[in-house]
Design a protein around this ligand. Sequence first.
Ligand code: OFO
Length: 165
Amino acid sequence: MLAPAMVEKLNEQINLEFYSSNLYLQMSAWCEDKGFEGAAELLRKHALEEMDHMNRLFTYVSETGAMPILGTIEAPPHEFASLGDVFRETLEHECQITKAINELTHVAFTTHDYSTFNFLQWYVAEQHEEEKLFKGILDKIELVGEDGKALFWIDKDLAELATKG
Ligand code: OFO
């Protein structure tokens, strides 16, 4: 049985994961529109992963006998200055999600909710992977620069990365 305050926090995280999914889906549309097909594919796949993050939380809340409550999801931005800008925003966003997960984990621990604390360990590990993934992409973009030719190869690289995830 979860404390009402914890249910509320988990519901907030469900909302954030929906937002992440929408953000990446919207970014994939921008990439597609600008001809970055590899980036579009990667972000579209990532949007699905975010739905999985949302679903895991949804299931956990339901299984404890509480009710997941879906709220209004903020609209993501749909204009970006460049491909580099897209990935700078993904990394920034993931760092914010890591903060939210850390805060949730801290509350679970300090309120002795060890079941939720244990459940959240998956997210703690996942956030490490997420930050690593987007930091790696951003590092590459910053290394090769953002002229047409460099972006062409970056996009090819992202297409390959999309097939691996
Ligand atoms: Fe990208 O990790 Fe969930 O939000």
